[in-house]
Design a protein around this ligand. Structure first.
Ligand code: COA
Length: 374
């Protein structure tokens, strides 16, 4: 008989600093004015394009984002810097990404009443890793005192759900009984804060999901009814930063070495793909999609979530049916749907089911159907 995987608990680390749209726009517009003044002659001659101001109203209307948390606010808002700046830490000190991952993991472990020594494996699933190796997951494993194995995985915005399926498969196969999936997303590091089209999109956060065998899980927990993953290659969300283009005068500061996207195309192409996959997988699992009590969707754009939930539920979802955290967190890549689940799942009753779903670069889509067991 196969072992049933469950979500025993989730954890969250939210950086104390937050940037409102108004603060962000003020900084961007100061930068744009200074750029335009400095390049006035070239702009007049047609050699350089004038920078247009950003607007807080546009940002909220186009995306639903009102603010975002970041790990270091001051340099991001300084018009002369506009990028996060962290002093490099010596190798003997925990790295930033591991540190916030550990904070989220400890929260999940405490909520489950689980001692780290009882965990068998750690997956660090996120859209960017701070370094090539050793794996972030192994550093997190060591900081928590876990005896077992750990590795990193990256499926951009879908990293967390892909991590949950991987953890669930380890549990199903008996290769592990308790697996921590950790999602430290330091999105401020790959965002081009000088790009008007995207400077408002991302925020920083870390989440953790403890996936365990049902027989050892504390109650309440969430039975994983089924998971489904899908990827289809697309260049519409891309970041060319990598170890083959270490900073040279040509590559340093190049816009394509940060997050770039064709936002409109992403919107149009991803919505139908996600909705179709959810409905299809629900059918395979014998779940009526319209009867899902709640959908914890990826938090990239409020309009996208409205359309997806409408296609799945058959009516416009209320905030109760499809909660938003994007307004205060921005897009936190793979962590978004996990934050929504973490903050908006305690009120569900025993037997009620829901869906955690992520989507993004790749393209990638991950769906995790869960049912509460109290
Ligand atoms: N301030 C004011 N105006 C802005 C602006 C800003 N910061 N950024 C763009 N605009 C302007 C554009 O110049 C354009 O003006 P025009 O019509 O005169 O040409 C207009 O606003 C519309 O721009 P557009 O980029 O088409 O906006 P949009 O409605 O598509 O919204 C996104 C942009 C990014 C919010 C939206 O496309 C989106 O969220 N897409 C999905 C993204 C996603 O999920 N990505 C996954 C990431 S992991």
């Amino acid at each position: 008989m196969s072992i049933t995987p469950v979500i025993s608990a989730t954890g969250l680390f939210t950086p104390p600093d937050s940037i409102s749209n108004e603060e962000l726009v003020e900084s961007f517009n100061a930068y744009a004015s200074a750029f335009n003044a400095e390049n006035a002659a070239e702009i007049a001659a047609g050699g350089v394009t004038e920078l247009m101001p950003s607007s807080a109203e546009f940002i909220e209307k186009a995306s639903g984002i009102k603010a975002r948390h970041v790990l270091g606010k001051a340099p991001i808002l300084d018009p002369a810097i506009m990028t996060p700046r962290w002093p490099e830490r010596p190798n003997g000190e925990i790295s930033v990404m591991a540190e916030i991952g550990v904070a989220a993991a400890r929260d999940a472990l405490a909520r489950a009443g689980r001692d780290a020594g009882e965990v068998d494996a750690v997956l660090c699933a996120a859209s960017n890793m701070q370094r090539a190796y050793p794996a972030m997951a192994i550093e997190i494993q060591q900081a928590l005192g876990i005896d077992g194995f750990a590795f990193d995985m990256n499926v951009a915005c879908s990293s967390a759900t892909f991590g949950i399926q991987t953890a669930a498969d380890f549990v199903r196969s008996g290769n592990a009984r308790s697996v921590l999936v950790v999602n430290p997303e330091i999105c401020s590091g790959h965002l081009n804060w000088r790009d008007r089209d995207s400077h408002f999109i991302f925020g920083d956060v870390a989440t953790a999901v403890l996936v365990e065998a049902k027989d050892i899980a504390p109650k309440p927990h969430w039975e994983i009814l089924g998971t489904r993953l899908k990827t289809v290659f697309s260049n519409n969300i891309r970041n060319n930063f990598g170890f083959l283009n270490r900073a040279t005068p040509e590559t340093a500061g190049a816009a394509d070495k940060l997050f770039v996207q064709e936002g409109r195309k992403v919107f149009k192409e991803v919505v139908p793909m996600v909705a179709a996959m959810i409905v299809e997988e629900a059918g395979r699992l014998g779940i009526d999609p319209a009867a899902l009590r709640r959908m914890w969707l990826h938090q990239a754009n409020a309009g996208m979530n409205r359309l997806i939930s409408q296609r799945v539920l058959g009516h416009e979802a209320s905030e109760d049916e499809s909660p938003t955290v994007l307004d205060t967190y921005g897009n936190t890549s793979s962590a978004g749907s996990i934050i929504a689940f973490h903050k908006h799942s305690d009120d569900l009753g025993a037997g009620e089911s829901g869906l955690i779903c992520s989507f993004g670069a790749g393209y990638s889509v991950g769906a995790v159907f869960v049912r509460k067991v109290a």
